[in-house]
Structures are given as structure tokens and as C-alpha cells.
Design a protein around this ligand. Structure first.
Ligand SMILES: Nc1ncnc2c1ncn2[C@@H]1O[C@H](COP(=O)(O)OP(=O)(O)O)[C@@H](O)[C@H]1O
Ligand SMILES: [Mg+2]
Length: 506
């Protein structure tokens, strides 16, 4: 695969890489259906589509991760059947995964040369050579870092570039980047783009997946749009703009609007502001961010992964230090130095990773009782009474299966979420912060969670819902703020809005 002629000549040559009528199922789910795709030598090819559209699945097929699929893959016109990621690398295809695969405890150099460390005459790892080579490679990407540093000590954005250098070192001609810019700061994005253009000009081909449509439009020569496991279109970027891409992504014009495709917002300015956040910055993820949460309202914050939602939630719950700006609770300035302080002030937080707050190996009833009863009460109660009280709650929350004795970890995510919400039904907080409250849930559980959250709103709680899913925000929120790169870029408070309004602003 070091034949340079093929990569630099274009017209008349077969594509560098081709998929013909590829389908892939997981269980009963069609992740990809009849997808055909071509990658030319020396192009940056943008790949976009909503969450779950099938982008990562197609890339994992190309990169030899998913070996079991229907259809044909060709490299330079020749049919291939990759057997592993290693096999893909041997065919000069390398991928930087969405979920970083770096090993945090190893040094930067060890990560760069993972599985192919240079050795000396005695067959021992040649550390000096490895470190100096790594330093040189990283310098080529504009990175001046000590190759002996541990990978885990670097910011995620830099780790991503180190992984890219590993892929480059392996000699990849096809380089796949799955959402590389979500974790990068603007100067890091600019540097990455510079590197990608250089690689393209050397004749390599790059597949670039991102939710940031501005980024994709800026860097790609061509763009392919996916929707629901199908390829909608491949088009030269010069013929596209953001609105056109969004229309292809969500299939606007199609009559089949689902729940959460649009909403009529009912922000009510006469309701009292409970939490007023203005001009807050943490120096890294949040920049001059403003938002107001009102009693008896659900405020949605929509943005792509990495746009600062997680940090916003953490800051409001005292887990992330703010350097600038003010937070007023009921009109009084607050500084949450700790989660305990935030909790005392009446702020509750159910994070996206619910596992951290629940006791998965304990039975359901224990978890509910830990949530709804304070310690003293639990100590006074006899186990039987404790079980009785919590059984009523399990019923109220329609937790399924309704068996208090089974381990929480054996419940579906949706039912675990209901247990996590249980506490706030009896101890009403002033402000409830929910991160990705319904992600990955089946329809039934989703509806239950939505019902519970809305009932908290009816009881006067100021609810903040943060999500990367437009549907979630549109289904729940009375008003919506769009967060982009740590800033509140758009607010919607009344009237009808559509998914495309959110995607367009983000
Ligand atoms: N390993 C897997 N097991 C089961 N389902 C999967 C797996 N990977 C992806 N899926 C499903 O396939 C569909 C496409 O997912 P994915 O390719 O990750 O989408 P995207 O990268 O565009 O967000 C989704 O419905 C997803 O839940
Ligand atoms: Mg993906």
C-alpha cells in the first residue's frame, strides 16, 4: 500500500476506498442499510448525521472493527475482507476513535508506538530512539510535549492528536477521525485543521466526522449525510451550506414528524427567577455564560457533546470552580465552594452517569430508601418497615419489574433513572439539574421519566435539563438556551420551534 501513483492521480482511477451496498445489524437494530460510499485519494470527506445515524458503525467497518456485515468493501477497486483492526492498519487504514483508546498509564511515546516499539540489536525496546522519534512526530503536528509524560496527564484534545500521530506513524493512507473536535479548544481545532490539510496535500484521504457543521463545511472537500442508517447524499462542499446539510440530516419536508421534532415553548416571564446565572466563566469550558431558571419551569440547554453542558451542570452543583460572573439564588449571591454547599442551598443534580450515585449491587428497595429517607430515619426503621415504605414509592414511580428485592444493577437504565429521581419527589429541591435525563431509554421508561420531571415542575421546582439530544429538550422544556463552545448563543422562550432551529444555532 505504498504505491504513490494511485494516490496522486485522480480521474479514471478507482476510488481509494469503496463500500457497496453495506448493511449491518445489531440484534434487531439496523445500524446501516444498503450504504454505498466512495473515498477519493487526497480528499477530506466530511461525514454528518444525528446521533445514532450510523456514522461510527460505518467507520468501524472500514477500520476492521466490525468484521461481520453484509455487502462489499473495496480498496483501490479490489474487494477486501478485513479481519481485524490490525488488518485494516496493514491495508493503510487507521482510525482515531470517538472513545479514546489511548492507555493513560503509559507514556506518550509508548502510546505512539503501541505494539511496534523500535528495538535495538539485542531485541530490547530502544527507549532513546523511541522517545526522540515520538518527539519528532509530535513536532510535525505542532505539538511540543515531552514524550516521557504519561498520556493520562494530558488534556483530552492533546491525547487525540497523539493518537493521530500513532495512526500516521503506522503509515495510514486512509485516516478516520470520529468527532475529533468535540474536546478541542478553538486554537486546537485550527491546528488540527492545518495538519489535516497538510496530510491531504500529501495525498492521504481523511474521513472527518463531526457534529460541528461549521467545522465540517470549513474543512471538507465533500460531505456525506447519514440519516437512520442510510446514506442520504454525497455532495461537493461548495454546493452545500449549513441549512442544506441540516435539511438532509433531519429529512425536513418529510411528513413523519415524531415526538420531539418540534415544540411550542411557554416561557412565562411572570414566574419568579430562582437561579440567575450571569457572565460565568471557568477559564476553560464556560465563557461568559448566562441563564435564568424560573420556579415551575423546565429550562432546556441544548448543545453538542463537548460544548460545555457537563461543565455548566458541575459548576452549578459546586463541582467546578467559576472564576468570573455571578450566580444569584432567590436574588442573593451564592458561591458554591462544594457540592455540600450547593446541596444545602437546595440544588439537586442527577448526572448523566447515574451509576456513580446509585448502589448497583444493592437491592432496589435499599436504593430507594437511601434516596427518600434520611439516615436517622433509616436507623430507626426496621428493615420490614423500610421495605414497606419504599414499596409504595416503587409503585408510584412504576419501576419495573416491581420487585424491591432485586439488585438495582439488573434494572434497565430507565428504571435506574427513576430510582435516582425518587429522592426529589419527597425532598423537593429549589433547583433540579438533570443531565441527559432520558438518554438510551426505551419508550415506556422515557415516558415515565418525562412524567416525573413534569410533576416536579408542577410542584414549583426550577428544573434545568441539559442534553445533546434535540428531542429531549423539545419534549421537556418551556424555554431553551443553546450552548456552543461554552457560550449561550441563542435563547428561545415562546412560540413554535423545530429541531432545525436548535441544530442551526449550535
Ligand atoms: N455495538 C453496538 N451494539 C448494539 N447497537 C449498536 C452498537 N453500535 C451501534 N449500535 C446502534 O447502531 C445505531 C448506529 O449507531 P452509531 O453508528 O454509533 O451512530 P452514530 O455514530 O451516527 O451516532 C444506533 O442505533 C446504535 O444504538
Ligand atoms: Mg458515533
Amino acid at each position: 500500500m505504498t504505491d504513490q501513483k494511485d494516490q496522486t492521480s485522480r480521474g479514471g482511477q478507482p476510488p481509494l476506498l469503496e463500500l457497496v451496498d453495506v448493511s449491518k445489524q445489531f440484534g434487531g437494530v439496523h445500524a446501516l442499510q444498503g450504504v454505498s460510499f466512495e473515498l477519493r485519494p487526497g480528499e477530506i470527506h466530511g461525514l454528518v448525521g444525528e446521533n445514532g445515524a450510523g456514522k461510527s458503525t460505518m467507520m468501524k467497518i472500514i477500520a476492521g472493527v466490525h468484521t461481520d456485515f453484509e455487502g462489499v468493501m473495496k480498496i483501490r477497486g479490489r474487494e477486501v475482507r478485513l479481519r481485524s483492526a490490525r488488518d485494516a492498519l496493514a491495508n493503510a487504514i487507521g482510525m482515531v476513535h470517538q472513545e479514546l483508546s489511548a492507555i493513560p498509564d503509559l507514556s506518550v511515546a509508548e502510546n505512539v508506538f503501541l505494539g511496534s516499539q523500535p528495538t535495538n540489536k539485542l531485541g530490547k525496546v530502544d527507549w532513546a530512539q523511541m522517545n526522540s522519534k515520538a518527539r519528532e512526530l509530535l513536532k510535525g503536528l505542532g505539538l511540543e510535549i515531552n514524550p516521557k509524560r504519561s498520556m493520562g496527564s494530558l488534556p483530552v484534545g492533546i491525547q487525540q492528536l497523539v493518537e493521530l500521530s500513532r495512526v500516521l506513524f503506522s503509515g495510514a493512507q486512509v485516516i478516520i477521525l470520529d468527532e475529533p473536535t468535540s474536546a478541542l479548544s478553538p486554537p486546537e481545532v485550527a491546528r488540527l485543521f492545518e495538519v489535516l490539510r497538510k496530510l491531504r496535500d500529501e495525498g492521504r484521504s481523511i474521513i472527518f466526522i463531526s457534529h460541528f457543521l461549521d467545522d465540517v463545511l470549513a474543512i471538507s472537500d465533500r460531505i456525506t449525510v447519514f440519516r437512520n442508517g442510510r446514506k442520504v447524499i454525497t455532495e461537493d462542499t461548495v454546493n452545500l451550506d449549513k441549512d442544506a446539510v441540516i435539511a438532509h440530516m433531519i429529512g425536513r419536508g418529510s411528513k413523519d414528524m415524531h415526538m420531539g421534532e418540534d415544540a411550542v415553548l411557554k416561557g412565562d416571564d411572570s414566574k419568579p427567577v430562582v437561579l440567575a446565572v450571569s457572565g460565568v466563566s471557568d477559564g476553560k469550558f464556560l465563557h461568559n455564560f448566562d441563564i435564568e431558571l424560573r420556579a415551575g419551569e423546565i429550562t432546556g440547554v441544548y448543545g453538542f457533546m463537548g460544548s460545555g453542558q457537563i461543565e455548566l451542570a458541575r459548576a452549578l452543583f459546586g463541582k467546578l470552580k467559576l472564576r468570573k460572573g455571578t450566580v444569584l439564588l432567590d436574588g442573593k449571591p451564592v458561591k458554591f465552594g462544594s457540592t455540600a454547599a450547593a446541596r444545602r442551598a437546595g440544588i439537586a443534580f442527577v448526572p448523566e452517569n447515574r451509576r456513580m450515585m446509585l448502589f448497583r449491587s444493592e437491592p432496589v428497595f435499599k436504593n430507594v430508601s437511601i434516596a427518600i429517607l434520611d439516615r436517622i430515619h433509616r436507623l430507626l426503621l426496621r428493615p420490614k418497615a423500610e421495605r414497606g415504605i419504599t414499596e409504595a414509592h416503587i409503585k408510584d414511580l412504576s419501576i419495573r419489574p416491581p420487585r424491591p428485592g432485586i439488585a438495582l444493577g439488573s434494572l434497565s437504565g430507565g428504571n435506574q433513572q427513576k430510582v435516582a429521581l425518587a429522592k426529589w419527589l419527597t425532598h423537593l429541591p429549589r433547583v433540579l439539574i438533570l443531565s441527559e435525563p432520558t438518554r438510551g431509554m426505551d419508550v415506556g421508561a422515557k415516558e415515565d421519566v418525562i412524567r416525573i420531571v413534569k410533576s416536579l415542575r408542577e410542584k414549583g421546582v426550577a428544573v434545568l435539563v441539559l442534553s445533546t439530544e434535540p428531542e429531549t429538550v423539545l419534549t421537556l422544556a418551556d424555554r431553551v438556551t443553546v450552548i456552543k463552545k461554552g457560550m449561550a448563543v441563542k435563547e428561545f422562550s415562546t412560540g413554535r420551534i423545530e429541531k432545525s432551529d436548535l441544530l442551526g444555532a449550535a
